[in-house]
Design a protein around this ligand. Sequence first.
Ligand code: S3P
Length: 432
Amino acid sequence: MISNVVTEGINGIPKIPGDKSISHRSIIIPSISNGVCEINNILKSDDVLRTLNALKSMGVNIQENKNKIIIQGKGLNSLNRANGEIYLGNSGTSARLLTGLLSSQKFKSILTGDKSLSSRPMQRIADPLSKMNAKIITTKGSLPLTIEGSNLKAVNFDLEIPSAQIKSGLLLAALNTKGQTNITENKVTRDHTEVMLQSFGANIEINKIGSKKNIKIIGQKELIGKNIDVPNDLSSSSFFIVSALINKNSKIILKNINNNPTRNGIILALKKMGAKINLTNNRINNNENICDIEVRSSELHGCELGPEFADLMIDEYPILSIAASFANSPSVFRGLKELRVKESDRLKLILLNLQNCGVNCKSENNDLFIFPSNKYQIKNNLIQTDFDHRIAMAFCIMGSKLGPLNIKDSDSINTSFPTFKNEFKNLGGNIF
Ligand code: S3P
């Protein structure tokens, strides 16, 4: 795909798809609840369809109807063994959450994935689950992974790696485990799983102690089915937000966006950089904060973000780096270790591709430094993405300013935002 300069700014009201993290949970949790759940505005992207097909393959009745899916929950302990391996494509969220869910079911499962997912760390979920007596065999710490479902024991966890996927995998295992599991989080991670479990009537108690959080969950209480409206995805919105900020004469409005405080670091960071962003129409639905977001072209300044920002916006550093490249002073983003184990080594690809676009940048001890200039000379316009959707979309936005950039393997965008290209074109983006 080629991304080229935007001439008149970007303008309009793009249709942002449903939130990816909430969509995965809106399939898994209703599937193990009791009753019928209607899910509106679910994201129909490759990653979410992996979770949906996995649950269907375990006997859950899921009917699809335009923008809605209807799930007949089977209860906590009634999934069926899938007929063959469960293929999860590129989806880390499916892999970590399902590993937790399946380790307390009563059958054996084998999880596989594509090349990128098969190189990502799974020991980080297998190890804590094995403290609960889960029987999981990884392939050198990654997929393929065999889970011999069994009765687990409730234990206390003190989470060292800040990861919502690990926390959620453990919560899903604990749901079907007798006794009280305690999870202490030392750093903030997105809380969609706990929030949804509360609304489904799980026996769960959450206490915040400073920056720490303790979650107590008593297992084997059946969940009560609920309907869910999935809000639109802030991570997907962030590509258009930055494009509007860095291109003159732009104004966009994004509607019905999830503004969960465990995940809104990108808005806080961009505002710190002087972005003209207004959040309006704040409301709460299904226990999630939602708002509309108005964005106008802005003169951005550089900023320093400490590691605490990484907890609130880990997926947004690729696009934030593009914003920083057009600021009027340098930026440093600290504590980006987790960026190395995402769909690609994102820190490596941000540096490589920014440098190919002529941007002066470096990393030291997983801190990223960007020294912007008001004139860039592209050195190599072929953008390497390693099949990572967020790298691909971030450098499309870079192309909208510098153009033309040739984005390699841009099909990966379908993992989270299948309509990205059309929506960007409708706003005045120049992609072909
Ligand atoms: C996600 C959690 C994050 C995030 C990913 C989605 C989730 O991963 O990067 O895109 O839905 O729980 P980690 O748990 O590895 O931080």
